[in-house]
Design a protein around this ligand. Sequence first.
Ligand SMILES: Cc1c2[nH]c(c1CCC(=O)O)Cc1[nH]c(c(CCC(=O)O)c1C)Cc1[nH]c(c(CCC(=O)O)c1C)Cc1[nH]c(c(C)c1CCC(=O)O)C2
Length: 344
Amino acid sequence: MSTILQNDLFIKAALSQQVERPPVWMMRQAGRFMPEYWEIKNKYSFLEMCKTPEIAADVTMLPVDLLGIDAAILFSDILVTGEAMGGDLSFEQGVGPRFSNPVRTWKDAENLSVDCLDKLQYVADAIHVIQQRLDGRIPLIGFAGAPFTILSYLVEGGSSRDFKLTKLMLNNEPELAHLILQKIADLTIAYLNMQIDAGVNAVQLFDSWANALSWNDYHTFSHKYNKYILANLKRTVPVISFAKGASVFAPVMAESNPDVISVDWNADLLNIKKSLPAGIAVQGNLDPFIMYADKPVIKAKIHELFERMRGENGFICNLGHGIMPDMPFDHVKYAVEVIREFRY
Ligand SMILES: Cc1c2[nH]c(c1CCC(=O)O)Cc1[nH]c(c(CCC(=O)O)c1C)Cc1[nH]c(c(CCC(=O)O)c1C)Cc1[nH]c(c(C)c1CCC(=O)O)C2
């Protein structure tokens, strides 16, 4: 690590070193649950916010200044790689992400571009601005979507409940799926290495919808590509592998040798950690929905997890999935305070 960080709890825990308390950050920590996010969001579209480095930096800094978390995460979206490859991406209020030109045929797949890193230059520019603003206070996490999760959005043309079209492709035309997955994986390697060169202090690969896959399909269509990506990253910063489904797939994820595995809320985190090779840290695994509960419940659930993880190096506190737009801001802030006051 070249930068000297004032608060390096997150990096230490990611590298399984001893810390006085677990570090905390939360997925979707910059977002619609914050009134200050809406002040910006009411002026720009979501993609304008992502693509304007000064605005992306302003939004990245909101939870740093308002919540006091131990790591910032770049404000962007996993779907920007799909857009750079040729996807016509939009985010409509109430509808969510949409690709208006879904990728379903060999011709569609062949048209996807891999040599398009220049289209993502705005992300490197944002990282430079954010690192100036952070000024070494806490680390910055970069990220990308894992190939299977990006494939699902490209094929479905947006969010999906059951991934019917994606699974139809995996079953009926596996070679077509492999062509698309390989292209996404190759761009993702270049993209994450670009973020590392631009100065992020860690990267996270989001395989949000891995839990849709069977055990064998997970190996064939997800793990294979995630492993290929991790093998080709500049391993100068910690790498976090996230899957909704990590409760089941964690031992497989470990084979791609990440520094950290981020676990949803279904599993017992200590059991997962003990099942992994020494030196792999875990992140998670609070049920995000505790944020709706009364404050004493929030505190009790955090302490329950921390007591369970007592004595374990290599534990980063996070939610098993992202903060929801209607979660009370003061509950999230309270959760961070409880974590920051905790000492082993
Ligand atoms: C699957 C996925 C996406 N995006 C992402 C994932 C993986 C994590 C996960 O599993 O949730 C990742 C993501 N999306 C966003 C970030 C920024 C950093 C952070 O604060 O975590 C990150 C890391 C901002 C965002 N990404 C999005 C928003 C909301 C945009 C808005 O303000 O309208 C934000 C703050 C939009 C988005 N982008 C995506 C969806 C499903 C949606 C929201 C749909 C909806 O609820 O309206 C795709």
